[in-house]
Design a protein around this ligand. Sequence first.
Ligand code: NAD
Length: 368
Amino acid sequence: MHIGIPRERAPGEHRVAIVPPTVAKLIKSGHHVLVESEAGARAYYSDLLYRDAGATLLPDASEVWGQADIIIKVQRPTEAEADQLRPDAVIVALFRPSANDPLVDRLAARGITALSLERVPRTTLAQSMDVLSSQATIAGYQAVLLGSSQLARLLPMLTTAAGTIAPGKAFIIGAGVAGLQAIATARRLGAIVSALDVRPVVKEQVQSLGATFVDVGPAVGAAGEGGYAKELANDQQARLQEVLSNHIKDMDLVITTAQVPGRPAPQLLTADMVRRMRPGSVIVDVAAETGGNCALTRPGETVIEFGVTILGPLNLPSTIPQHASLMFSNNMFSFVSHLLRDGTLHVEPDDPITGPMCLVRPTVGVSA
Ligand code: NAD
């Protein structure tokens, strides 16, 4: 199989889907890897490293798109890129799937198989292929660093000749993959950390990281399908807001990561809650991409209201591009090993991994 790695062209995207060590492993598995020149440059993987790993470097993007049997990308392709794919090609990317997507219709019309990385099932079998988890880990880490750098106060306790500084308080809302990494990072910086989630099952994980679990009571439980949360009923939402309102006013750094799959992010922090926080505090809204958990968040911007700085960063993983790409690429090697096992391309409706990922008609048993 010819596996193509084009350069990402979306604004602000610095990652690359496959890094040189993975190229070497794919070649060892019997594949050819076609890489667009400079594809890894913004993640600090040079063309030389790709060439040394055995990739074929192609200066023209259209050659990669036109020659590959399988394209692996971080971001969804543009329509112009998709039009260069060979009929019967396979494309794997973060498609941000939605109903009535003209891009998907266009791919379907040309017989192209599109596999959406957001739909990798959250099962033990697929864990090593789950880019949502690997990239959320990076987002959680970076959110704490960004927030602490904007904070008017220190996070660690310091005892110095210039006086003793009490440790800062960090509060993590949503203890999924990003939230758990945010807890660990804030703890390493010396903060006193508390966390809240509507899935009671995460209480033990929060505590095992040395944070306090803020209990919203048995009336607010929203564990949905596949280990995700579901939306809260109105009375549960009101109870949650009451708990948040009481807890947040003493916090220095608040990291919000609450998400419900397929829905806009739940709005949890009101302007009034922000007004009650101490000036100089910071909120980092990791859910900004899907609307944000704070009413005052402006996606992609930093706003200061009532003396509180509210950051709404977009694409946090891309801000740590070398390791984000490495982790993405490791996930992709596991995925390709599943997709191309036994010398055959496996995209079948009943395949436990590629079946749910398929946006466009599955191709059955095409020989690799
Ligand atoms: P996510 O990004 O969809 O959501 C982040 C967190 O927000 C979740 O913990 C969710 O419960 C929480 N949340 C939703 N609404 C909330 C609200 N109103 N208030 C407070 N918190 C709210 O989730 P995620 O981090 O991608 O993963 C969720 C869980 O899925 C993980 O903790 C894990 O148990 C499971 N998971 C399993 C696998 C696997 O087995 N392969 C991989 C990744 C995740």
